[in-house]
Design a protein around this ligand. Structure first.
Ligand code: XMP
Length: 516
């Protein structure tokens, strides 16, 4: 399949480059920035993009593209740091200027160039750079300039090499998608061959070949990814060969475990392994207040329960499937080697069981090339109920990290009731799908209140609702006040242990989405 290869130097928006390109139908792949290019080039690669980076080209040991990238004859587009690398490779000059550019900046292109085809002469770009090209490479022509007089784009005079200082992948950059499309389709000649229907056909063939007559085990969390992975397996393989294991940690939301089982049955699952491990998680959490300690206990217990149950229930030699996404691999540092900043360690990427299965060639990850929004669309294609496809993310440690301080049955039950009310109100009011993630947090403080003629000390419940693209950054959802007040009243009237409700108005950064 025609592919645009993105070499990642650790830029915050590298994944966005990949997604934008796929959005207009061209397949894209991401590889580590300093990868030996011969390892990742294949017949389908039509062009290469060098990403931005948190590094300055002047830092010691910064990742550099393999020189063969510029010699291989394929079109190359360098973005920000990628532009700097192209410039330095051709004796140009890159310097940290006193005038840094962050955010919107006007750009004017200076000559007709295929990169700017159909784009107005002046447009608003999105900049984020400390270093700037001060003198383009000696064989480069300056083709655009920023309003601050800084080189914004350059093209090699006789090779298919381009560099831009701004970030066309960022949604605030006007005509960014058009520029990427000009590069991918116009300059590289990549065909728009990427469709999810094709992906299903490809993966089905792969799954059938790999599974043959083996049993396949998939660990289910109940979220979008594992459910869509289950749907893909059920679509491709005989149902009696598929084992779906769901561990109830006791940290799930109200009615969640029953719902998960029901949904999987509706997709045709026959072998559901529903493991009730609530006691095994609650006991070691007793009295634990430190969030990281809670996470560790839950992660370790999860691994232990999973391994014991698998050993008990499945024959040797089964294949392990999991709903790992492209972004999971990238974030955990596996997709782009050690150059990726590891944002959080996903416990589905590196458990001992997963590692052993990977080493034995018995791991299958049928969503590993997909982004979250593609997984949602794939789910719809495969008939996964829309309530699951559009579900907000839910963290592995579950309610344990939404109960600040120690976790008890009583607090779990209060939080479950309050959160179920909050979420059902959001759905009824048509707000749920406008929010990226919403949840409630039980705070470790009691505050005074009056009910009737008595003074009470009730729990304080924090409500969170954020909008985001990928959870890396998030804005506070602009909650209609009337809805917020009505929901607050409903919660305090219904859940008697809660005396006060507050709304979290912090964006990420500086706050995180979860409170712990
Ligand atoms: P933060 O709180 O870091 O969250 O802004 C970003 C996204 O990650 C989820 N999250 C987790 N997911 N295990 C998970 O599986 C965790 O320990 C964890 N902590 C946060 C969070 O819900 C949000 O979607």
């Amino acid at each position: 399949m025609d592919t645009i290869l993105i070499l990642d130097f650790g830029g915050q928006t590298t994944q966005l480059i990949g997604r934008r390109i796929r959005d207009f139908g061209v397949y894209s792949e991401i590889a580590p920035g300093d990868t030996d290019i011969s390892e990742v080039l294949h017949d389908g690669v039509k062009g290469i993009i060098l990403s931005g980076s948190p590094h300055s080209s002047w830092d010691d040991g910064t990742p550099k593209p393999d020189p063969a990238v510029l010699a291989c004859g394929l079109p190359v587009l360098g973005i920000c740091y990628g532009f700097h690398q192209l410039t330095l490779a051709d004796d140009g000059e890159v310097k940290p200027l006193p005038h840094r550019e962050y955010g919107r900046s006007g750009v004017r292109h200076l000559s007709a160039n295929s990169l700017f085809k159909g784009i107005p002469e002046e447009f608003l770009s999105w900049m984020s750079h400390g270093d700037s090209v001060t003198v383009p490479g000696k064989n480069y022509e300056l083709i655009a300039q920023s309003e601050n007089g800084i080189p914004a784009a350059a093209a090699h005079i006789n090779k298919p090499l381009w560099g831009v200082q701004f970030h066309p992948e960022v949604s605030h950059c006007e005509y960014g998608v058009e520029l990427l499309e000009n590069f991918a389709c116009g300059i590289c000649g990549a065909g728009k061959e990427w469709t999810l229907e094709k992906y299903v056909d490809q993966e089905t063939l792969k799954l059938r070949r790999k599974a043959a007559d083996k049993d396949v085990l998939l660990l289910i969390s109940g979220g979008v990814d594992s459910t869509v992975a289950a749907a893909l397996l059920l679509n491709a393989l005989p149902h009696e060969k598929i084992w779906l294991m769901y561990v109830d940690t006791g940290m799930m939301r109200k009615g969640e475990s029953d719902e998960v089982a029901e949904n999987l049955r509706s997709l045709g699952a026959e072998n559901l392994l529903l493991i009730d491990a609530r006691e095994r998680f609650l006991k070691p959490l007793d009295g634990i207040e430190d969030p990281e300690e809670k996470r560790r206990i839950i992660g370790d217990t999860f691994i232990r329960v999973q391994e014991e149950e698998v050993a008990r229930l499945l024959p040797e030699g089964y294949l392990l499937a999991q709903g790992t996404l492209y972004t999971d691999l990238i974030e955990s540092g596996q997709g782009v080697g050690n150059k990726a900043q590891v944002i959080k360690s996903h416990h589905n990427v590196g458990t001992p069981l997963v590692q052993a299965k990977r080493a034995a060639g018995e791991l299958i990850e049928p969503l590993e090339k997909l982004y979250k929004d593609e997984v949602r669309r794939l789910g719809e294609l495969l008939g996964v109920p829309s309530a699951i496809v559009r579900r907000h993310p839910f963290p592995g440690p579950g309610l344990a990290i939404r109960i600040l301080s120690d976790v008890t049955e009583e607090k779990l039950s209060i939080l479950r009731e309050a959160d179920a009310l909050y979420i059902s109100e959001l759905r009824e009011r048509g707000l749920y799908d406008r929010i990226w993630q919403a949840f409630s947090v039980l705070l470790p403080v009691r505050s005074v209140g009056v009910t009737g003629d008595t003074r009470d000390y009730g729990y304080v419940l924090g409500l969170r609702a954020v909008v985001s693209l990928d959870g890396m950054t998030a804005d506070v959802f602009d909650f209609p006040t009337k809805d917020l007040l009505e929901i607050s009243a409903k919660i305090t009237n219904t859940v008697k242990e809660i005396g006060r409700v507050v709304y979290d108005i912090s964006s990420k950064p500086p706050a995180t989405i979860e409170w712990e």
